[in-house]
Design a protein around this ligand. Structure first.
Ligand SMILES: NC(=O)c1ccc[n+]([C@@H]2O[C@H](COP(=O)([O-])OP(=O)(O)OC[C@H]3O[C@@H](n4cnc5c(N)ncnc54)[C@H](OP(=O)(O)O)[C@@H]3O)[C@@H](O)[C@H]2O)c1
Ligand SMILES: *[C@@H]1O[C@H](CO)[C@@H](O)[C@H](O)[C@H]1NC(C)=O
Length: 345
């Protein structure tokens, strides 16, 4: 009995492994040509970003890095807003090498003269002081801001607090970006038409804005806290879209799907399960470039010009669940966030 069961498990594992392998290899091989044509088509309709300035938070890794590379390729001036300058400089060096940019390409906010520009700036979203310093520098140095991509995120970390005492996931994913966006709104408005892109997650559906314990002091559940922060991203987007009507500034939110990035750094996978996890993620997860497509689309496509307050996946609008459509909760969250980050005293 036990032997049969073991044999079945082994057979299933081997069979499953082969299936994964096939799934990964054949579509990839077949898509080689297809995606080249698609890339060519996209390039033909290419939304050049020449003369446009884009800020991407968390741009040294994963989705943010992939979006940075693509917008750079389209000749934007891209500001990598990162908490770790060493990691950011390293990503910038690699990106410059990939794009064939010279290493000292930076400037005072002017046009990009026919090629992309890359700028590294320090931004720790777990510190309101850092957010304020970052914005001060941007307002001093940049004459315009065409796109802000709120991409940085932290996922299911152990209970931690930000410098200002907020639960880390709510503090970084929501509150840090809330202050950042508000402090940059003037520049976005004076650069209109301009866009804000917010990276959320499908996991928002398990979230709820429990106003009685936003800092998880009564109870910390790391999955719930992540979902809550991603729900906050969507409610923030919808409320901001309402406030930005007729300003020429749009704001939309997206989920990227499941993507192979460094997001899972706080998740501990048992050593023995690692090979299986790696196989599954390699076979089924999106690459960062695939995952970043919706961010790039919302940042650059003429198709979404004037579109605001919507939720996207795979470059298409999607429907939201009721917990993300409650306008009263969105307003209340906005008001409380203003107080928490010290915009209203
Ligand atoms: N990967 C997925 O499957 C998936 C699914 C749904 C949604 N998302 C969302 O996608 C976004 C990007 O994540 P990713 O998957 O690309 O993960 P990632 O590779 O871990 O990138 C996250 C980025 O956020 C930065 N970051 C974290 N804390 C920060 C802070 N306090 N201040 C400034 N930057 C901070 C990280 O900086 P360091 O490198 O210095 O840590 C990193 O650059 C996140 O908002 C995430 O919630 C991802
Ligand atoms: C934590 O929250 C998730 C939903 O986000 C829920 O499914 C899970 O049961 C919760 N865990 C505990 C221990 O309450």
């Amino acid at each position: 009995m036990a032997a049969t069961a073991a044999a079945v498990v082994v057979a299933a594992a081997v069979g499953g492994g082969l299936l994964l392998l096939a799934r990964r290899l054949w579509p990839a091989a077949a898509a080689g040509k297809g995606s080249a044509t698609a890339a060519a088509a996209a390039a033909a309709a290419l939304c050049w970003m020449e003369g446009k300035t884009v800020i991407i938070t968390g741009a040294n890794s994963g989705l943010g890095r992939a979006a940075a590379a693509e917008l750079l390729r389209r000749r934007a001036r891209v500001i990598l807003a990162c908490r770790d300058l060493a990691r950011a400089e390293e990503a910038a060096r690699e990106l410059r090498a990939e794009m064939g940019l010279s290493s000292r390409e930076r400037g005072g906010g002017g046009g990009s003269g026919g090629r992309g520009e890359l700028v590294v700036r320090h931004l720790d979203l777990a510190s309101l002081g850092s957010v304020r310093r970052f914005c001060q520098q941007v307002l001093q140095e940049e004459s315009r801001l065409d796109v802000l991509i709120n991409n940085a995120g932290i996922f299911q970390c152990p209970y931690m607090k930000t410098e200002d005492g907020f639960e880390m996931q709510f503090g970084v994913n929501h509150l840090g970006h809330f202050l950042l966006t508000n402090l940059l709104l003037g520049l976005l408005k004076s650069s209109a038409p301009s866009r804000i892109v917010v990276v959320s997650s499908k996991l928002y559906k398990y979230g709820e804005i429990n106003f009685d314990d936003l800092n998880s002091e009564l109870n910390y559940n790391k999955s719930f806290a992540y979902s809550r922060s991603k729900l906050a991203n969507i409610l923030f987007t919808r409320e901001l879209a309402r406030r930005l009507e007729n300003t020429g500034v749009t704001v939309n939110v997206l989920h990227p799907g499941i993507v192979r990035t460094n997001l899972g750094r706080h998740i501990h996978i048992p050593l023995l399960a690692k090979p299986l996890f790696n196989l599954v993620s390699w076979a089924f997860f999106k690459t960062p470039l695939e995952g970043a497509q919706t961010s790039i689309y919302l940042a650059s496509s003429p198709e979404v010009e004037g579109v605001s307050g919507k939720y996207f996946g795979n470059c298409k609008e999607e429907q939201l669940l009721p917990n993300a459509m409650d306008d009263l909760v969105a307003r209340k969250l906005w008001d409380i966030s203003e107080v928490m980050v010290g915009l209203l005293k």
